[in-house]
Ligand binder design. Structure first.
Ligand SMILES: Nc1nc2c(ncn2[C@@H]2O[C@H](COP(=O)(O)OP(=O)(O)OP(=O)(O)O)[C@@H](O)[C@H]2O)c(=O)[nH]1
Ligand SMILES: [Zn+2]
Length: 346
């Protein structure tokens, strides 16, 4: 991998524009995140980097600048796949950054769930990734075309591929060649590892591989950016049965465009579509043009998003304040050491 070019790694104008003549660092892409360091890959080969920033602020797929040992700057993402972290507290968890296509993997059986697919579509839209629904285990189903039709109806933005993951993973190659990045999400057992092994040529049967280093044992997160045999990149994510959305307000609108459009025709601007006079949404349901289940799921997502967004905004503000305090303290300490005047904008 020593002769990988930046564009092979997925570099684009979006990142090039951010590098200024003042930047001394070299670009590299994050391939893995550990407790105390990052794995990255640059044109010169693999790197192990330290950072003074919190590691939770980095995601697999991120672009950064480094000096060979330390991260000098994290570049602004083109998009990020994130969810609400598990637990009662509302916190965002970065799943992957700079993903071109989000492959939503589900199987042609009991795992297939329209509500969950809509959630994943919102996740893709929020992360500026193209949504691709991959229906596995077509060989085990009597009617894979029925599943395919249901998935295709969800959004005109979505592409659906139905396959036997053990035999036909190569059909996903168009989304992970020429430096393009494909991320796989979906429940446990739907065939993500099977697809990943075939696309990367790396057999990865074990989850959460243990790693020894001089200072003792620690677990590697199984999330990693891996090269595909077709010249692109693949990010696998641990099985997620439940995904909680965080801050996807606008994305929900793109997943339920017909509801948003109908709502503009309601008599009242703040219509809740529960029986107000002149409600175009209820009229569409009465006319059989809108599935009441879809309205219910839209409502549920909006509710969940509103709740999570409020609390995420609060915790973001808290994080920003703390970070500023921390950086201010560091800059003051450095200025003191070097005898320079302290510049608070540093
Ligand atoms: N018949 C058939 N079996 C499949 C297909 N895809 C996956 N399997 C099988 O289903 C089982 C689970 O597949 P995995 O690839 O491990 O699923 P996974 O999504 O990676 O699951 P986690 O690692 O738990 O997240 C394995 O025994 C696969 O061989 C398929 O399209 N057809
Ligand atoms: Zn209405």
């Amino acid at each position: 991998m020593t002769d990988t070019s930046l564009s092979d790694l997925g570099w684009s104008d979006h990142f090039a524009r951010q590098v200024t003549p003042d930047d001394t660092g070299t670009p590299a892409r994050v391939t893995g995140i550990h407790r105390d360091r990052l794995d990255a890959l640059g044109p010169g080969g693999p790197l192990s980097l330290k950072t003074s920033q919190h590691l939770a602020g980095f995601a697999v797929g991120d672009w950064l600048l480094h000096d060979g040992t330390v991260v000098t700057r994290l570049l602004e993402r083109r998009g990020a796949i994130l969810r609400k972290a598990a637990g009662a507290e509302v916190k965002e968890q970065l799943i992957a950054a700079n993903v071109d296509t989000l492959a939503i993997v589900t199987s042609c059986n009991a795992d297939f769930n329209i509500g969950r697919l809509e959630r994943y579509l919102a996740l893709a839209a929020q992360g500026d990734a193209l949504p691709l629904i991959v229906l596995t285990k077509a060989d085990l189903s009597d009617d894979p075309r029925d599943y395919e039709a249901q998935a295709a109806r969800l959004s005109p933005l979505v592409t659906v591929v139905t396959l036997d993951a053990r035999e036909e993973a190569d059909r996903l190659e168009p989304w992970c060649r020429d430096g393009r990045t494909l991320a796989l999400v979906g429940s446990s057992g739907v065939g993500k590892t099977t697809l990943q092994n075939a696309l990367t040529g790396i057999a990865d049967a074990v989850q959460g591989i243990r790693e020894d280093d001089a200072r003792g044992r620690h677990t590697t997160t199984s999330r990693a950016l891996r090269p595909t045999l077709s010249g692109g990149w693949l990010i696998d994510t641990p099985g997620m049965r439940e995904i909680q959305l965080a801050d996807v307000g606008e994305a929900i609108d793109t997943i339920f465009p017909e509801i948003e459009e109908l709502a503009t025709l309601c008599r009242f601007r703040d219509c809740a579509h529960v029986g107000e006079p002149g409600c175009a949404v209820q009229a569409a349901i009465a006319a059989g043009d809108l599935d009441p289940g879809r309205l219910e799921r839209w409502r549920k997502l909006r509710r969940e998003d509103r709740h999570n967004s409020e609390t995420v905004a609060q915790s973001r503000a808290r994080f920003r304040a703390l970070n500023k305090q921390y950086r201010g303290g560091k800059a003051r300490a450095e200025a003191k050491r070097s005898g320079r005047a302290y510049d608070k904008d540093d």
